[in-house]
Design a binder for this molecule. Sequence first.
Ligand code: BG6
Ligand code: GLC
Length: 844
Amino acid sequence: KALRALTVPLETLQVLKGHMMQDMRKGLSRQMHAQATMQMLPTFICSMPDGTGKAQGSGLPPTAWVLGKACSLSPLAMPLQLFSFIAKCLRQFLAGFSSPQRRFPLGFVFPFSCKQTQLDKAELTSWSKGFKCTGVEGKDVVQLLQSAINKEELYVDVVALMNDTVGTMMTSSVEDKACEVAIIIDAGTNSCFMAEAQQVEMVEESSGRMCVNTEWGCFGDDTTLSGIMTTYDQRVDKESSNPGKKRFEKLVGSLYLGEIVRHVLVALAAEKAVFTGSNAVSGDQELTLETLGLRPSERDCCRVQQVCRVVVSRAAALCAAGLAAILTHMCQSRELEQLYVNIGVDGELYRDYTRFGEILESVTGLLAPECTITLLPSVDGTGRGAAIVTAVALRLADQRREVDQLLSPLRLSRSDLQRVQALMRQEMDLGLGKETNARSSVRMLPTYVRATPDGTERGEFLALDLGGTNFRVLVVRVAEDSIRMASEIYVIPTSIIQGTGVELFNHIVECIMDFQLKQDLMEQILPLGFTFSFPCQQLGLDKAVLLSWTKGFNASGCVGQDVVQLLRDAALRKQHFTLKVVAVVNDTVGTMMSCGYDDPKCEIGLIVGTGTNACYMEEMRNVGTVEGNEGRMCINMEWGAFGDNGCLDHIFTNFDQMVDEKTINPGKQRFEKLISGMYLGEIVRYILLAMVEKRVLFRGKPCPKLQTKDIFQTKFLSTIEIDGLALKKVLAILRDLDLHASFEDSVLVREVCQTVSLRAAQLCAAGMAAVVEKMRENRGLDQLIVTVGVDGTLYKMHPHFSQNLQQTLQVLAPKCSVTFLQSEDGSGKGAALVAAVACRKAGP
Ligand code: BG6
Ligand code: GLC
């Protein structure tokens, strides 16, 4: 009967595992944390050893204390003397070595429940395992130890404190074979594992993994374990130094198993089932191992053995339930079907009983069949692990310093952004002035578009959209109640983009003819609006002289020519006699017009795609470069070139410099090269290269593939930065690029992407702030309400760009209430609307 009570069937273990998983989830969540029995303590260990942690003070063994063992040698009743005792031991220990030239980093294995806020900051929550020193609970243990060390005048810095489970995990990790779970089955029991950081809600770390100390010894400190706890367990608990606490530990830890056995034997003796011989003590007498030594009968020995076996087996099975809970949790949160994991195990009980390990392994296999485990018995305790953590801590601190140093020039303060805003404003004013225009890097090109759509536009138009990711031909039907469009994307090969102008425009006309044929429009003469997304000096609505190519275009013989004429010439060459180009517009203008059709407040156009640019409605009286003072005109700012005159030199980093130098237009479009899709990936690539060189990334291994221009595309930023994207997806992207990234590498790559895209959004906001503030001033308003029509792949696809842009804009231009309206169908529709206005003006 006694043994049966101590046997836990598999179904019960299964249920227990479920309860544990639930408790783990509670422990991890910010809201439910208080209700959990397992505290799931963050350890601030986010990193596994990568083999580059430098051994400090070579010649000396790693300095690490395993407190449980040191203390068992000495009675430690006095409060706080504990730490001076440790410091004294340390002094003795160090006396054996010649005095070190520099300070020693020390890792402190402290196997008690601590609330940790940093690697070197940990408050003891409560003592356990018979420890009772007063005045330590609630205090920072690192500080207590450090001041004791300082009093001893030792050159030692406590760099990291860790639980013994963590030490074991680290000890058991060998290169290329990370150990991500550890369990201790010693006097007490506990476990830790690498959790997804975003699930560890008690810390604000959203990417990567963090080791969590489960403190599973406390599991069941509510009533969850009542069904399992026998009367023997209850007695053990009652007689312990912390009754009611650490219930799970008391079923598993070796400090208690002997006691359980003792209570079982007491009960059996009372029932006259053991020790009935003359030498045996009677049941009501205190029964100790010494008294058992009094010649028990052979049968007694068998029975005692049996009891021991059952108690240990139960401990192993319960441990397996806990381990299975952790494994299934890991498997689920990593979205894996099968988890392969190495588990470091340490502790007397595990070492001394082969059976313990066997049961642990087989029962875990039954309870978590989706996980394949390898148990790695820790060979040299937690000491080596502590040294590793300490080395990792030092490496990470070094790495952080390097990373911060590399990234800090890309991190812009509010005043940096205000300065950019002011400079943009200055360049805008210069660009608008007739005399000063040549000095400005922002060209402020008049577009001859004088009004946004008023809804009366009608007709059927052709439109071309050239200069973004896609070249498109469209037919747009503007009716009273709707705009209908059909379009086709055509590919323009790079050989043509960078070939001759004749080839480029021939190709365009061929595409138009193909489209007309497919749409059955060959017979009609439709007015055509041409979205041409390059800087043009516009001499009229249908006359635009190309000032320079941007965004990788470089067809010869076009700069300085009227692009409408180039198109007409090509049409003649191709014997297409019915092409009637009536308007050419920049994509910003097309976008503004297209959004303006839906929202009359839309008086700004913004593109953040392959390139970046903006246009807005300026007062004619301010436009010194065009005759007349009445009304407004849309100005194509060509802000991509902002800074080409050197005014932004203070913002450019080495990385920007390198990106610029490798483009086909070095020194040109400098603002664009900080912001737009064509360049962000390149900036990231150069930063990553620098990080490899500084040995903070990819373990410093050379990455030949990363040397390839444009290998890191901007679309990767958009994916990598998705909130909550499983890091294994980041890893997959990097591995596709032949970058053999570790988990930590991918966290770092994400940080780089975030830094680069945030800067882009903030700079874009600074530019936009200058625009809206100018419009507000122009109109003498206290508050401007305006809509920006936006388009571009980066804006549309990047998970945070638009939010970062809008937030920063609000800070920089608080008196403007700006709505961003995303263009749904590109700027072709806008080109058609401009064409419609042109046709209406021209009359039938
Ligand atoms: C839209 C517009 O597709 O966005 C184009 O129709 C514009 O005119 C483009 O050039 C900009 O974005 P991207 O990402 O294609 O350069
Ligand atoms: C480049 C072009 C500009 C265009 C922008 C967005 O900056 O010079 O005309 O508007 O890209 O496509």
